[in-house]
Design a protein around this ligand. Structure first.
Ligand code: PSU
Ligand code: MN
Length: 315
């Protein structure tokens, strides 16, 4: 037996995968712990719609009723969104315990990658990845997302990392782990709400078909995951100086209140939301939709590579 015994894949996704059609995985910690209700539900539905508009099948992934649920459907999505942060947050180390307990859990980037790979899905869209927290020299707080990227062959499309993290150190750990950081139409690694972080990506690609080739190459060579950095659309980006000040405030609040470990990322997201009067959330939703669109295009390009359209020969 292997992990596939615990998969519950929706019939639509099963069919798409069997036919070699493009599928895009979507995470659920962003729903349970990343945004308030009901905006989280609206976001999850809109992101699925964006994937469909671009010709792929969305697969929202969560842990529910002791199963890896691939394709969380209407009612369950609603349950997950309402449950919010009272649901568990499933990272790699939590998975077995949560399956045994049979509780509902949002899956982080790390766990969503793991489940996507089990289901045979190779492209995944999220907002921002977890990374090295500021002060990690003392706390050792480094997201399991970074290690997962090094070992699990899934391409993750994100808008970079939030500067609630130490972006330079995050990129160093990715380098150590051998994770390719590819910029989609950018030389600069984006900083989630802002289009630039001042740190460079490893390689830039302007064409989704080329990104698909790199992902296929990485799989052929057995080299693990790929991180694709896709900046927030210009019109939705926030002022980097203003947001930086809010982040500093949020981090100071977390320190004062003694928030750490798995509670830290959700705390900081919520505090920045409050401090920006909700503006951070609007931007967050726009960048996730933008990532879903690019991920769907990459999934389409990958599916075309796997089964090229027959060429028409002229007589
Ligand atoms: N970054 C965001 N929004 C999020 C997360 C990260 O901008 O919702 C979530 C993702 O699910 C990510 C997780 O995998 O937080 C990282 O948590 P931690 O730092 O505890 O590993
Ligand atoms: Mn952490």
């Amino acid at each position: 037996m292997d992990g596939r015994a615990y998969l519950s894949v929706s019939s639509g996704i099963k069919k798409a995968l069997a036919a070699g059609q493009p599928v895009v995985a979507l995470e659920s910690t962003i729903i349970t712990h990343g945004m308030p209700y009901p905006q989280n539900l609206a976001m999850a539905q809109q992101v699925e719609a964006v994937v469909r508009e671009h010709g792929a099948t969305p697969a929202t992934i969560a842990i529910m009723d002791g199963r890896f649920c691939v394709g969380v459907s209407g009612e369950d999505l609603e349950r997950l969104a309402q449950e919010g942060a009272t649901a568990a947050k499933a990272s790699r180390r939590d998975v077995s315990s949560l399956l045994v307990k049979g509780v509902m859990a949002g899956t982080t980037v790390a766990t969503t990658m793991q489940i996507a790979a089990l289901a045979g899905i190779s492209v995944f869209a999220t907002g921002g990845i977890g990374g090295v927290h500021r002060g990690a020299g003392e706390t050792f707080d480094i997201s399991a997302d970074l290690e997962e990227l090094s070992r699990t062959p899934v391409a993750v499309v994100c808008a970079g990392a939030k500067s609630i993290l130490d972006i330079g150190k995050t990129l160093e750990v990715l380098e150590t782990n051998g994770v390719p950081v590819l910029g989609y139409r950018t030389d600069d690694f984006p900083a989630f709400w802002a289009r630039q972080s001042g740190h460079k990506v490893d390689h830039r690609f302007d064409d989704v078909a080329e990104l698909a080739r790199v992902i296929a190459m990485q799989a052929d060579l057995g080299l693990g995951g790929v991180l694709i950095a896709n900046p927030i659309p210009e019109a939705a980006a926030l002022d980097p100086v203003a947001i930086e000040a809010r982040i500093a405030e949020a981090i100071a609040d977390a320190e004062r209140e003694g928030v750490s470990r798995k509670a830290l990322t959700p705390f900081l997201l919520k505090r920045v939301f409050e401090l920006t009067g909700g503006k951070s959330l609007e931007a967050n939703i726009e960048l996730v939709k933008n990532n879903a669109a690019v991920a769907a295009q990459i999934a389409v390009a990958l599916a075309e590579r796997a089964s090229p359209k027959p060429t028409l020969h002229r007589a």
